[in-house]
Ligand binder design. Structure first.
Ligand SMILES: Nc1ncnc2c1ncn2[C@@H]1O[C@H](COP(=O)(O)OP(=O)(O)O)[C@@H](O)[C@H]1O
Ligand SMILES: [Mg+2]
Length: 270
C-alpha cells in the first residue's frame, strides 16, 4: 500500500519563478491498484510521481510504502522497491550497453555487489523468452546495443527491465507519449499484460483519456497540485471518455468561478 499524506512541494520558493507544484496531495493506493493519473499540463502529475520516487525532498507531508517510510529515503534506495518508466525512450537504459547487459543490470537490482556475478550463460538464456514475449523482434538481437533500437523497442525493454524483479510499485509517466500511435498501442498492451500478470501496484500518468477509460481500476485527476477527483473501481467501471471531458470542463468552470470571486474580493478592497 502506498500512502501519500499531505504532500507539498514548491519549486524555487520565494523567487519570481516560484511554482507551487503540489499543494496538499493525500491519497492511498491499495495493493494491486492500477491507477491512471490524468490532469492538464502543469497540474503536478510528474511532480507527484517524482516525489514518490525521491527525485527531490518534499516540503511537507509523508510518503510510506508497505509501512516503510520513504519520506527521507534517498532516491537510489527507493529504486529497490520502485520500477519506473519515463516518457523519453532514451532515459532508463544504458545506450552503449547491449540488451542482455541492460537486462542483467535490471535483474540484479537491489542485490549486493558481490552476489551479482558477470553474465552467466545460464542467466542469459533466461532473457530470451521474456524478450520474445515483447513481440518486438528483439530476441535475436540480445547483443545489440540498446542505443540502436527504435523508441518503441526501447520503451518495451525499459518496461520489462523495470518489472524484471517485481517492484512494490510501478511508476509510468506518459511512457507512450513520444511513440507513434501503433507503437504506443503495442506498448500499452504490454503494460496491461505485465501489470495484470504480477498484479503490480501501478501509477500511470497519461494524457490519453481513452487509455484511462480502458486501463486500470481507478482514475486520479490532478488540478493545481491537488487531487480534484478520485474515481474508484465502482465509478470507474461506468466512466467513458465523454464523462472525463465533462469533469475537465467542471474543473475549468470552478477555476473561472474562483477567478471571479477573487476579482470581487479585490474590488472590495480597491
Ligand atoms: N524541477 C522543477 N523545477 C521547477 N519547476 C518545476 C520542476 N518540475 C516541475 N516544475 C513545475 O511544476 C509544475 C507542475 O509540473 P509537472 O508536475 O511536471 O506537471 P505535469 O506532469 O502535470 O504536466 C509546472 O508548473 C512545472 O513547470
Ligand atoms: Mg508530466
Amino acid at each position: 500500500m502506498l500512502k501519500i499524506e499531505g504532500v507539498y512541494k514548491t519549486f524555487n520558493p520565494g523567487s519570481a519563478n516560484e511554482v507551487r507544484a503540489l499543494r496538499g496531495v493525500s491519497v492511498t493506493i491499495n495493493p494491486g491498484d492500477f491507477v491512471c493519473v490524468l490532469g492538464t499540463n502543469g497540474s503536478g502529475k510528474s511532480t507527484m510521481l517524482n516525489a514518490v520516487a525521491g527525485a527531490f525532498p518534499i516540503d511537507r507531508g509523508q510518503i510510506t510504502l508497505h509501512n516503510t517510510d520513504l519520506t527521507k529515503m534517498p532516491e537510489h534506495k527507493r529504486a529497490r522497491y520502485i520500477g519506473r518508466v519515463f516518457q523519453n525512450p532514451f532515459s532508463g537504459t544504458a545506450p552503449d550497453m547491449s540488451i542482455a547487459e541492460n537486462i542483467a543490470l535490471a535483474a540484479r537490482r537491489g542485490m549486493k555487489r558481490g552476489l551479482s556475478s558477470a553474465l552467466s550463460v545460464k542467466k542469459r538464456a533466461q532473457f530470451t523468452e521474456p524478450v520474445r514475449q515483447l513481440n518486438m523482434d528483439l530476441e535475436g538481437r540480445l547483443d545489440n546495443p540498446i542505443g540502436k533500437l527504435s523508441g518503441g523497442q526501447r520503451q518495451a525493454l525499459t518496461l520489462l527491465m523495470a518489472t524484471w524483479i517485481k517492484p512494490q510499485l510501478l511508476l509510468l509517466d506518459e511512457h507512450t507519449a513520444a511513440l507513434d500511435p501503433k507503437t504506443a498501442a503495442r506498448v500499452i498492451e504490454l503494460t496491461k499484460q505485465i501489470v495484470e500478470k504480477d498484479r503490480l501496484t501501478t501509477l500511470m500518468v497519461t494524457h490519453s483519456m481513452q487509455q484511462a477509460v480502458n486501463l486500470g481500476n481507478r482514475i486520479l485527476m490532478l488540478h493545481n497540485g491537488k487531487i480534484a477527483y478520485d474515481l474508484k473501481e465502482s465509478d470507474k467501471k461506468h466512466i467513458r471518455v465523454n464523462d472525463l471531458l465533462a469533469l475537465f470542463d467542471e474543473i475549468r468552470r470552478k477555476d473561472q468561478m474562483d477567478e471571479s470571486v477573487a476579482q470581487m474580493i479585490k474590488k472590495q478592497y480597491i
